[in-house]
Design a protein around this ligand. Structure first.
Ligand code: ASP
Ligand code: MG
Length: 595
């Protein structure tokens, strides 16, 4: 008999009427011949209310007790849901995380799932029950109640679908599905039918997604199609699956991270280990660093700029001031009124000219770009916060995300069913060798020695340079891989990009011409660079990956020249002569996590 997991978020169980409506959906699926597991969140804003209550009593409540408290929210919902189903004349049993056997580690309020037992759920299902699982919670080795972090019920749902080998995983919410950007920020956002895991991971971490990031990691790891749909209507909703839409559009979503802060460190030695020394103390404080840009050094020293969440700027500054001084550098600019705008799309990995379109549209809108970073499927720019919405709207329109997409053919209901060739959860879990279902999983560590780097120094600080440069590079038929631009000291920017070595001469000609025409202070290049990439699942939620890479490279004396990070891949560029050695180091450093 097919098995379906249905998750209902807080807004979908906010009152008794909604609980009854959710129960009817489950009963309907049951009557259609499915086994049904429901996962429910706490009612409405109940979790917020409990948090507020705890703070009235203790400003810093012990994390263990916090979990004891917050888990009650879901316990209320599952009990009421079981009663609702009983009232309709069907059999239902509610279970807490502990009763199911969702084993987690002991990091209270942000626990990770280790393992899930399926026996009890399977037995109850076989006896004809609808099983109602409390989302967001688990139990550690000492039987302490743990929670998975805010929004964690999504993760429970996809994890249960994975271990039960469910045929479908439906996530019911108060919006119609997944949009091209957050509709609260941009009303012209459009509902999409299909988005792939990698795109969704990028978008979710940018705050644009309706889903908990870790649930997407589960989806990807265990190949569970996730069907996001409205609990209020019967519209088909959106799918998160492993293949992208068939659409020709290079970009599938855009996102705005409003409250970022930019920090620059100036005149630090351009040698192996510097970058690790600077970021290790920040990582120790569990501050997530987002964009990292290193200016290619002019004379033995370099500038490094990076962004952190706005509210963590002071902590990040405090964490590094001392090392920066020890290194003989100094703190440069800081700006806590910046926002990040990103375009995400699997299509851009193989299409030229996406970045220059984005830069041109922003230049024409008069938006100045402070930092640029690109990864395989994402281009991000840092802009002044007061133009951020305008910048988002510009990018969204440039890539026609506001237009109906004729080519987007997806039969959502059919594709939501898991293929019979689905990844076997037991297999994956075995490969993770008891490290836990949410362990970091590295797919690949690679070395690309086919590229060269070009840098334009001291570019004028005004809109349009990046647009001009990359338009002309594209017009010359050159395919650009990585792009980074940053302002170091005194608001002076460098822009660096990489191209295939066979196109170096072409690209250099264009760069030189642009430099001459716009008054940049010269172009330099390195013919032989090596790009080292680590890709996998959980790179961002396991924040240590970039730091571990920096550490491994520092230990072997390899200097990092460029960095870019994304949800699914961290790339660094080093000198071409260090490529093989760097690869070896990284393979050793991640030996335990390679699948
Ligand atoms: N109730 C929890 C929260 O509000 C978990 C969830 O809803 O997913 O964060
Ligand atoms: Mg949620």
């Amino acid at each position: 008999m097919p098995l379906i997991v249905q998750k209902f978020g807080g807004t979908s169980v906010a009152n008794s009427k909604k609980i009854l409506a959710a129960a009817r959906k489950a009963v309907r699926a049951h009557q259609q011949g499915n086994q049904v597991v429901m996962v429910v969140s706490a009612m409405g804003k109940n979790t917020d209310t409990l948090i507020k209550l705890s703070k009235e009593i203790n400003e810093k409540p012990p994390a263990r007790e916090m979990d004891m408290l917050l888990s009650t929210g879901e316990q209320v919902s599952v009990a009421l849901m079981a009663m609702a189903i009983d009232s309709m004349g069907f059999k239902a049993v509610s279970l807490t995380g502990g009763q199911i056997g969702i084993k987690t580690d002991s990091s209270h309020t942000k626990a990770r799932i280790h393992s899930i037992s399926t026996e009890r759920m399977k037995r109850l299902l076989d006896e004809g029950n609808i099983v109602i699982a409390a989302g967001f919670q688990g139990i550690d080795e000492d039987l302490n109640i743990t929670t998975l972090g805010r929004g964690g019920s999504d993760t429970t749902a996809v994890a249960l679908a994975a271990v039960l080998g469910a045929d479908q995983c439906e996530v019911y919410t108060d919006v119609d599905g997944i949009y091209t950007t957050d509709p609260r920020k941009l009303p012209e956002a459009r509902l999409v039918k299909r988005v792939c895991y990698d795109e969704m991971l990028e978008l979710a971490s940018l705050g644009a997604g309706v889903m908990h990031s870790r649930s997407i990691e589960f989806g990807k790891k265990f190949n569970v199609p996730i069907h996001v749909r409205s609990s209020l209507s019967d519209v088909p909703g959106s799918l998160i699956v492993d293949t992208a839409g068939s659409s020709a559009l290079p970009v599938s979503g855009a996102a705005l991270t409003r409250d970022e802060a930019l920090i620059s460190v100036v005149d630090v030695p351009d040698v192996a280990g510097t970058i690790h020394k600077i970021f290790a103390p920040i990582a120790d404080k569990k501050i997530t660093v987002d964009m990292i840009v290193q200016n290619v050094s002019a004379g033995g020293t370099t500038d490094i700029s990076f962004t952190v969440p706005h509210e963590e700027m002071d902590d990040a500054l405090a964490a590094i001031t001392e090392v920066v001084t020890e290194l003989g550098g100094r703190m440069g600019n800081r700006d806590d009124r910046v926002s990040k705008v990103s375009a995400v799309g699997l299509g851009m990995a193989h299409q030229a000219g996406v970045a220059n379109r984005m830069f041109r549209s922003l230049a024409d809108a008069g938006v100045n770009l402070q930092i640029i970073t690109t990864s395989e499927i994402k281009i991000s720019v840092l802009v002044k916060r007061d133009v951020a919405i305008e910048a988002l709207r510009t990018v969204h329109a440039e890539f026609e995300l506001d237009q109906p997409n004729e080519q987007e053919a997806a039969d959502v209901e059919t594709e939501a069913r898991r293929a019979t060739s689905a990844v076997d959860a037991v297999d994956v879990i075995n490969r993770l060798q008891g490290a836990g279902m949410e362990a970091l999983m590295i797919d690949d560590i690679t070395l690309d020695s086919t590229q060269s780097r070009i840098t334009l120094h001291k570019i004028p600080n005004q809109p349009g340079l990046a647009a001009n440069l990359f338009e002309r590079v594209a017009a010359a038929g050159v395919f650009v891989d990585m792009i980074v631009q940053s302002y170091g000291s005194d608001q002076i920017a460098d822009i660096t990009f990489t191209v295939g070595r066979d196109q170096l001469a072409e690209a250099l000609k264009v760069a030189q011409a642009v430099s001459d025409e716009t008054g940049c202070q010269g172009v330099d290049h390195k013919e032989a660079i090596a790009k080292l990439s680590v890709s996998g699942i959980g790179l961002r939620s396991h924040t240590g990956v970039a730091i571990a890479m920096f550490g491994a490279l520092a230990n072997s004396g390899v200097n990092v020249e460029m960095v870019n990070t994304s949800e699914v891949q961290v790339n660094v560029v080093v000198d071409g002569a260090d490529g093989a050695k760097g690869l070896e180091q990284l393979k050793q450093a991640f030996a335990d996590s390679i699948r």
